[in-house]
Design a protein around this ligand. Structure first.
Ligand SMILES: Cc1ncc(COP(=O)(O)O)c(C=O)c1O
Length: 442
């Protein structure tokens, strides 16, 4: 590790960095070279507190020994084995463990390698399910404005982030969008679920009436929208979506790529809100972010609808070379052990009051126009500099990094989602640091 501290890459040009201002970054790179528990180490040796669990994924904190050891052992024992027409024990073991902890009735798991692939998989399962039942006219997919469902074509089609969509042509056809639920004029500075906006779920009735229910396959939403700036569902909203979907025979997909594995203080957002979808997409925290993996949870009825036709035939023409990769499964099992041994899947609920108090103490700091929180997620929305959206929050990001804190910004919103191992003292430290940052940025 120390070696790497002093080693700077000699050329930054070949790596085309994802979701990054490449030219700006390469003029003044920010390098992380090591990590342990709540902290990164930057290449100048500074400790940087991880305020974002990497990218919402390192829920148990960094370089946890049990996970590292499981990966090392599995790599030496069975590095890769195909999962097409072949099996290896650990993938079945991992699927069983996940099914056992999933919300009621979600008994089957399809493995992918990322959140984006989980979303594509879920959308394909939804379309193919209706067709398998002889209801092939249900081809429409409904997403939501400001939704983020990864970067593949299905995901950006149902997603609602304009900059992620506008460059890429016509996308999927047959897609419509619910309105987003962000109502700052009514809900600013709410702790937890906002009072206003639950009725926006009724927009689904309008969309269904427009297209006719017989053409609608599925609705996909993030229970809490993360990447678009932490949009917390208004009270009653998700329950109402569930009711409308049930009424019209439409599948409800929860994209739990961020909310899965303890982020809200329950294993899944479905548990937290008491609303069970038909299909649930996960990734990130499934392996503590350490090995790329995603898992799509599916209700028994949906899975069983595919199990017809001749038994020698493949039932679902879909899968990835690395679906259920043994090393990813080993990482996943050790991750679940770590979560369970340390009570991390519910720890956010123990910390959430302290977290909310700390976050909302920033209310009167400069430029702050809203603060939102749920579980161990928080957002601080800043007033944009006129004509220069994103610039103020990005300055805060740079300043925070300089001062040893990694935050994430989207638009002019600072999003926080620390590893679930954070202590109350570390929460206070993070928020005090952020307070100074807010006082420093223009
Ligand atoms: C809700 C949601 N869905 C999908 C994704 C995409 O995941 P990935 O980047 O692993 O493809 C993300 C990533 O942040 C996400 O937040």
């Amino acid at each position: 590790m120390l070696d790497r501290l002093n080693k700077k890459p000699n050329d930054l040009s070949a790596f085309w960095m994802p979701f990054t201002a490449n030219r700006q970054f390469k003029q003044a790179p920010r390098m992380l070279v090591a990590a342990q528990d709540m902290h990164y180490t930057a290449d100048d040796g500074r400790k940087v507190m991880d305020g974002t669990a990497g990218l919402w994924c390192v829920n148990a904190g960094h370089c946890r020994p049990k996970i590292t050891e499981a990966i090392q052992k599995q790599a030496a024992e069975l590095d890769y084995a195909p999962a097409f027409q072949m099996g290896h024990p650990i993938v079945f073991e991992f699927a069983n463990r996940l099914a056992a902890m999933s919300p009621e009735g979600m008994d089957h798991v399809f493995f992918t390698n990322s959140g984006s692939e989980s979303v594509e998989t879920a959308l394909k399962i939804a379309l193919a399910y209706h067709r398998a039942k002889g209801d092939g006219s249900r081809f429409r997919l409904i997403g939501r404005e400001r939704g983020y469902h990864g970067v593949n074509f299905g995901g950006i089609s149902v997603g609602g982030i304009v900059s992620n969509r506008k460059m890429f042509g016509t996308l999927l056809t047959g897609v419509d969008h619910l309105p987003h639920t962000h109502l700052p004029a009514k809900n600013a500075f709410t702790r937890g679920e906002p009072e206003h906006g639950g009725d926006l779920a009724d927009e689904l009735e309008r969309i269904v009436a427009l297209h006719d229910a017989s053409t609608v396959a599925a609705v996909i939403v993030e229970p809490v929208a993360g990447s678009t700036g932490v949009l917390i569902p208004p009270k009653g909203y998700l329950k109402r979506l569930r009711e409308i979907c049930d009424k019209h025979g439409i599948l409800l997909i929860f994209d739990e790529v961020i909310t899965g594995f303890g982020r809200l203080g329950a294993p899944f957002a479905a548990d937290y809100f008491g609303v069970v979808p038909d299909i649930m997409t996960t990734a990130k925290g499934v392996t503590n972010g350490v090995i790329p993996m995603g898992a799509v949870f599916v209700k028994k009825e949906i899975h069983d609808a595919f199990m017809n036709g001749p038994e020698h035939m493949i039932e679902f023409f879909h899968g990835y070379t690395y679906s259920g990769n043994p090393i990813a499964c080993a990482a996943g099992l050790a991750t679940l052990d770590t979560y369970q041994e340390e009570g991390l899947l519910t720890r956010a609920s123990e910390l959430s009051d302290h977290w909310a108090d700390a976050l909302h103490s920033l209310k009167d700091e400069p430029h702050v126009i809203d603060i939102r929180n749920i579980g161990l997620v928080g957002a601080i929305e800043l007033e944009s500099i006129p004509g220069e959206p994103t610039k103020r929050a990005f300055s805060a990001f740079l300043k925070a990094f300089e001062r040893g804190l990694l935050i994430r910004t989207t638009g002019d919103i600072i999003a926080l989602s620390p590893p679930l191992i954070i202590t109350k003292g570390q929460i206070d430290e993070m928020i005090d640091n952020l307070r100074d940052v807010l006082r420093m940025v223009d």
